[in-house]
Design a protein around this ligand. Structure first.
Ligand code: BTX
Length: 325
């Protein structure tokens, strides 16, 4: 964190308790004038401080942003989210993450923006990223695994996101739609896009892109998404604390990634099946080559979706668009 963010973090953690300029100066080893200047900058960014006589300052107002200090104040991780690139507007957090990964960004580096002008889904489909209303982020991870295991990380991420949502929202049940969506009452609130930088036999970096509709209201969505998209806030009927959501996802994601590396896919598969809205359903899977109709009966240890056809035959699909019939 920068010095300004260190200061902000202390106010966030202190909640309603005042902090004095002198305490901050001593704690951070800088002058009171320097502290005062940082407070000025924070005020220009929309933070509001109240002065309490002889006691110091209390943070009483925050702009609605997913800034690093606020994410940091909810983090319990060792690595994930400890290095954050926060931007107001980007083309896509995936592109920034690609550059950073090539330059050697550390495991767990987070790229997050208030909006994307060219947010992308799978197969170059566009991803709508309303300014200040969602979570548009990419996390760069560097697991020591072969490229063939990369798709499983989409499932690891889905489990982390769904559990983070469940721990924050209480008024609905999200479910995972294989492989990369999270739905609420049949509407999409989250998409995951995993990309990879790899050598022949080793993953160099995985870029896990996560898009979550958090605080949009129905009319924030463009016409083509009106009937297929929803946001956490619409379903929860409350404003979502985006920095808390981001940190909670990172907390779960580090836990599950480490567990996956230690114990393999089995524990993740169990968690995934617990939250799946696909297994047991009659589905239509459109792959690049064919359309398969049948009953989704499970995922394999490799994260492959198994579909049982009418004639009993079982087919495995690695990647497809799923329609639940
Ligand atoms: P997908 O290909 O499964 O889904 C894309 C489709 O979802 C679009 O064609 C559209 O129909 C629908 N869609 C677009 N925007 C939204 C939205 N906001 N809410 C609901 N449905 C929508 C899913 O791809 C993977 C998306 C990953 C997005 C993240 S955001 C951070 C990172 N940066 C980036 O450019 N992409 C990822």
């Amino acid at each position: 964190l920068t010095m300004k963010d260190e200061i902000l973090k202390r106010f966030l953690l202190a909640k309603d308790n005042p902090i004095s300029g002198q305490f901050l100066a001593d704690d951070l080893g800088i002058s009171r004038t320097a502290i005062w200047k940082h407070l000025q900058t924070l005020q220009e960014e929309g933070y509001v401080f109240e002065t309490i006589k002889k006691k110091g300052y209390v943070l009483v107002g925050k702009p609605d942003k997913v800034d690093p200090a606020r994410i940091n104040s909810f983090l319990t991780t060792e690595r994930f989210g400890r290095n954050i690139h926060y931007l107001d507007e980007v083309t896509s957090t995936q592109s920034i993450a690609h550059e950073l990964a090539r330059e050697g960004a550390v495991d767990g580096t987070l790229v997050i923006a208030e909006t994307q002008t060219k947010g992308k889904g799978r197969m170059a489909r566009p991803w709508e990223s309303t300014k200040g209303k969602g979570v548009w982020m990419t996390i760069i991870i560097r697991p020591d695994v072969p490229p063939s295991q990369a798709p499983q990380f989409t499932l690891v991420a889905a489990v982390a996101i769904v559990n983070a949502i469940k721990s924050i929202c209480k008024n609905f049940m999200p479910s995972i739609k294989w492989p990369n969506d999270i739905l609420i009452n049949g509407r999409k609130c989250t998409g995951i896009l995993t990309e990879m930088l790899a050598e022949m036999d080793r993953v160099d970096a995985l870029l896990i892109g996560i898009g979550i509709n958090a605080n949009q209201q129905q009319d924030d969505f463009p016409p083509d998404l009106q009937t297929i998209a929803t946001s956490l806030s619409i379903e929860e009927k409350e404003e979502i604390n985006r920095p808390q959501l981001v940190a909670t996802i990172l907390n779960y994601l580090e836990l599950y990634c480490d567990q996956y590396i230690r114990e393999g896919f089995k524990p993740i598969k169990a968690l995934w099946e617990e939250s799946s809205g696909t297994i047991g359903k009659q589905i239509k899977a459109t792959t690049l080559r064919e359309v398969i109709e049948g009953k989704a009966i499970g995922i394999t240890e490799n994260g492959v979706l198994e579909i049982q056809l009418e004639n009993g035959e079982i087919k495995g699909v690695y990647s497809a668009d799923i329609e639940i019939m």
